[in-house]
Design a protein around this ligand. Structure first.
Ligand SMILES: [Zn+2]
Ligand SMILES: [Zn+2]
Length: 328
């Protein structure tokens, strides 16, 4: 079955081509990825304790009762954006070191530890929002080298920009159009449909849903959204409840990491653009496992081929029991 699916809201066209999975390299079952292991020597890892001098000084750290840091945020030593020659900021690029342990997967954290990471996001976003010079912020995480990670040790990155990027402006424009035509938020409408239909639902609890979107660009793509509107992260007075979100996010990532052992993935946290003053923005976390290739067809047409239907992906993820974690 080949199915061309279009998402006009997000400007995505995707060919869901499950028949291609009958080729010898079968992506419809979890890929037998070679585990990268931890090739980088922990005794030489700049994100491990005792080598803190190899990173710029911390701008944030959360410590345990013994005074040892548990989460540490440092300016990126090799920033993609930064202070320009004239002294104006072209942006901010910070690294969130998520654990003092030399671990690679999010499920190796406890949900409580993941809540501490989200608390660090809160604090840094609040700081840069208050700074006043910036219009937009996003958080992303690359896990494993196949997803772009250059260091093994679990970390995420905060990117703060003076302006809202074009793709995000385009999305805001489409969301506005939808609201004018239908008098409601397009993502709220989608959540209602997915809950009703449930074939692409991965989980639904504690005010959050995780779904494999109908027009998924990548195999096992998963989105986590709050059911109710409201903004995550600063500048809202209602800071995100990190414990609740961490519990749900941990479960989603744990299911993905267990279903696709050793797979690389990108995680993107989308929050309301600051400069757009959008109280109606529907925030979300997008997770993109990287088991398929962006090849010539995609480059030539911008149409992605996804060899695992979101319906199949959601079924597999629903069936996956997250492993139990200590300390929860
Ligand atoms: Zn390390
Ligand atoms: Zn909404």
């Amino acid at each position: 079955m080949t199915d061309l699916r279009k998402d006009l809201l997000l400007n995505r066209w995707v060919l869901v081509a499950e028949n291609r999975s009958e080729r010898p390299n079968d992506y419809a079952t979890p890929p037998a990825t070679t585990k990268e292991g931890l090739p980088q020597d922990p005794t030489n890892c700049p994100f491990c304790p005792s080598l803190e001098t190899q990173t710029p000084p911390a701008v944030y750290s959360a410590c345990n009762a013994e005074g040892d840091w548990q989460v540490r945020v440092v300016p990126n030593k090799y920033p993609a954006v930064g202070t320009a020659m004239g002294g104006d900021k072209s942006g901010v690029h910070e690294v969130v070191i998520e654990s003092p342990r030399h671990i690679q997967n999010t499920a190796d954290l406890t949900p409580k530890e993941l809540a501490n990471v989200l608390e660090a996001y809160n604090a840094r976003l609040e700081h840069w929002y208050e700074d006043g010079r910036f219009g937009y912020a996003m958080i992303f995480k690359n896990v494993h080298s196949m997803a772009g990670a250059s260091l093994v040790h679990l970390h995420s990155q905060i990117m703060v920009l003076p302006e809202v990027p074009p793709a995000c402006l385009q999305e805001l424009y489409q969301l506005d159009r939808f609201r004018q035509e239908h008098d409601q938020c397009a993502l709220c409408e989608r959540i209602a449909r997915e809950r009703n239909d449930s074939v692409r639902l991965v989980l639904d609890r504690d005010g959050y849903v995780a779904i494999c979107p109908y027009v998924s660009m990548h195999a096992y793509e998963t989105w986590l959204l709050p059911v109710d509107h409201g903004r995550w992260f600063p500048p809202t007075a209602n800071r995100v409840s990190t414990e609740t979100l961490a519990g749900v996010l941990w479960e989603v990532l744990s299911r993905i990491e267990r279903l696709l052992p050793g797979v690389g993935y990108n995680m993107i946290v989308r929050i309301a653009p600051w400069s757009a003053q959008r109280t109606d923005y529907h925030p979300r976390i997008e997770i993109y496992p990287r088991i398929d290739m962006f090849a010539g067809f995609e480059l030539g047409t911008s149409i992605h081929i996804n060899q695992v239907s979101p319906e199949f992906a959601a079924q597999k993820l629903r069936a996956m029991e997250p492993h139990r974690s200590c300390g929860t």
